[in-house]
Design a protein around this ligand. Sequence first.
Ligand SMILES: C[S@@+](CC[C@H](N)C(=O)[O-])C[C@H]1O[C@@H](n2cnc3c(N)ncnc32)[C@H](O)[C@@H]1O
Length: 382
Amino acid sequence: MSPSGLGERIHRAGPVPFSTFVEAALYDPEDGFFATGHGAGRAGGDFITSPEVGPLFGACIARALDRWWHDLGEPDPFVVMEAGAGTGRLCREVLRAAPECSPALRYVLVERSAALREAQRELLTVEPFEHALGPSSPDLSDGGIPMPVEGTGPIVSALEELPALTVEGVVIANELLDNLSFDLVERTEGGWLEIRVGVSEEGAFYEVPVRASEEIVSWLRDLEVPSGARVPVQHAIESWIEDCATRLRRGVVLILDYAAELDELVRREMGWLRTYRTHERGVGPLEDPGSQDITADVLLPTLRRDARRAGFSISVESSQAEWLRALGIEELVEEGRALWEAGAARGDLEALAGRSRITEAAALTDPDGLGAHTVVVLTKKL
Ligand SMILES: C[S@@+](CC[C@H](N)C(=O)[O-])C[C@H]1O[C@@H](n2cnc3c(N)ncnc32)[C@H](O)[C@@H]1O
């Protein structure tokens, strides 16, 4: 059975865009891959992300949040929205690292999967979103409009989508953008083809190439793609960045993801489109939808275009390894080593956590693994 009768729908209405297929395979509320609680994690998970490596990644993000909080003039409340928050592991480690901004911090976990929102409650105390900005008091100097009481953080709340707020703060997205749905196109001598998805009588999904619409061709206009190459059309990333721009009066969007320049993406042939399940590469993207993750590398030229159009400046573009070093990951490792040396004889938990920082840092900065992820920092009025 494919997600939500996708096969029957295609039988009735004809081939669907690739994005419709990915959307159903990953997010169908009943049997989409993430809806059934699949996702990041070690035992029981499907892939390892940086927060799942251990507490060190969260400690680094806590440092970055403090820097931006100072740059923003130490607002209280300081709203951090983590989009695609999964199990909430990153949030837990940020809070454990006790950043300076904690008393001002309102951390909103934004996660589409109800099963994963439920799982967040195992790691965190999640307050109703109405309390996210903390208790408020009537401020008589401002016509009696309730104002958030300062210093009542950290408060964590959870939502299905980005809240309808305009704030000074930060949006974090670790490995979200590669999981947003995308269309698939192929350059040919005669122009662009869109790859749609059809279904056979036996229920097997297959590719149906059709001439690409004017809208898609216009989206691709700045890209020089050689004949025979396939690339993703990432409209969902464009909309997500626009959504961030409307949520941030001033602030930062931190994106950490698999990403590539156009020529790298073309060189990888179809290696930019991958599937995963239970820590292994999965099968073809059209096979067994709902049973595996489908991800597409983020195309950097269109991400930059989307960001500028939405009014952001691009303040950082680097590898995850370089970015974490600039944040002082090595200093945190040295701190850990000292804790281990001081407590090794006792073998206490703090000493063990200190030692674990050494292996965590190696994984987070591995040039053939997580360290090769791209970090893009977008800023607005900062
Ligand atoms: C690859 S997982 C990453 C989870 C987590 N950030 C981590 O690094 O471990 C992507 C997550 O994004 C969620 N997601 C996808 N689209 C979303 C959206 N539009 N809003 C919120 N969450 C979304 C998925 O349900 C999934 O849990």
